[in-house]
Design a protein around this ligand. Structure first.
Ligand SMILES: [Zn+2]
Length: 369
């Protein structure tokens, strides 16, 4: 009878992804072959934990396992029958995700040559408010350092490809041995062998590359997105750095962004305020028609739910807040002037704010809450 995957990792069936990962990390460290040399049982537990994690960390496999148990992976396809399903190389290749690299396989214990990583590149991408609201795919040209065609590298003879050299020093406590990065190869364990003439001293050339960047909706000015492995490459057995994309928001002509909300200043005429009106206003993705009731007051804020910027986490959108401003005429003709002079003592024109109408300060308070 095969042991239950949840039991192997010591977690409940309700464990979430973070708990599963944490439990696996714990088991893997406990049963790691480096810590238990020659211990067959530890090795078996190590493999079982890896197998359990492989299934439970994958939402599809987990769902199958939750429904059908081990049967889900027996026989045809899937995971293979017994727990010989994974070999040690598979297990260690998983570790990059779990331990964030720097976790060696057998015997290594973190020693050996490290794969050099190229430097990061940074670019700015300008986005309009519409692009930010909808998400956008941008193609950008970057100049990347890459290994020239035909370049070859060979094992560094100073460190024999280990990337490290041992230094022996005599101290009062006796001879001390310490490892330090190889000065010849800089720790990569490799040095330049042959290179084409156009390449630099490390065998690198600069190339133009067009990189496509998917920018999710809701990004914020100054935010940095990472495109893995699209930075500069490094010589020898290496991995490229990353491309860091810095978001720059282009100011909109009419709309002011404040987090996920958008503000719009609407100016209406005095007659429109008195009689009511229908107005087209600028919004994300085009115009929106709003109705103003008759007798609308200056300073009123109309909230259009969900017409703001989507949240970067994908949970809903902000609102569009329309600030109503009544435009007072600055010049009048004779009759108009006469009309308003008569109105001065007219009860219809005397301000009488109702208790239910919120003051400007209360509105502002609401807006930010
Ligand atoms: Zn070296």
């Amino acid at each position: 009878m095969k042991k239950d995957f949840y039991e192997i990792l010591g977690i409940s069936k309700n464990a979430d992804a973070a708990e599963i990962k944490k439990a696996y990390r714990k088991s893997a460290l406990k049963y790691h072959p480096d810590k238990n040399p020659g211990d067959k049982e530890a090795e078996e537990n190590f493999k079982l934990a890896a197998e359990a994690y492989e299934v439970l960390s994958d939402p599809n496999k987990k769902a199958k396992y939750d429904q059908y148990g081990h049967q889900a992976f027996d026989g045809s396809g899937g995971f293979g029958g017994g727990h010989g399903g994974m070999n040690m190389d598979d297990i260690f290749s998983q570790f990059g995700d779990i331990f964030g690299g720097g976790f060696g396989g057998f015997g290594g214990g973190g020693g050996g040559p490290r794969r050099a990583k190229g430097s990061n590149l940074r670019i700015k991408v300008k986005l309009t408010l519409d692009e930010i609201a909808n998400g956008v795919e941008k193609k950008v040209k970057v100049k990347r350092k890459v290994q020239a065609k035909g370049v070859t590298y060979k094992t560094c003879s100073t460190c024999n490809g280990q990337g490290q050299v041992m230094r022996v020093t005599n101290t009062i406590l006796g001879r001390m041995q310490s490892a330090s990065t190889c000065p010849t190869c800089g720790g990569s364990g490799q040095i330049l062998d042959k290179k084409p003439s156009e390449a630099d001293g490390q065998g690198m050339v600069v190339e133009d590359e067009t990189v496509s960047i998917k920018i999710p909706a809701g990004v914020v000015d100054g935010m940095q997105l990472k495109v893995s492995n699209k930075g500069n490459d490094a010589p020898g057995n290496s991995i490229p750095g990353d491309l860091i994309v810095v978001i720059e928001e282009v100011e909109h002509e009419f709309l002011k962004r404040e987090g996920e909300n958008i503000h719009y200043d609407l100016y209406i005429s005095f007659p429109e305020a008195v009689l009511g009106a229908s107005k087209d206003i600028e919004a994300i993705n085009g115009k929106v028609r709003i109705k103003l009731e008759e007798g609308i007051q200056s300073g009123k804020i109309l909230r259009l739910k969900g017409k703001g910027i989507p949240s970067i986490n994908g949970y809903g959108s902000g609102d569009l807040l329309v600030h109503v401003n009544v435009w007072t005429p600055k010049t009048l003709n004779k009759e108009q002037k006469q009309f308003f002079e008569n109105a001065l003592n007219d009860e219809h024109f005397v301000p009488s704010p109702e208790k239910s109408e919120k003051s400007f300060f209360e509105k502002v308070k609401d807006m930010f809450s």
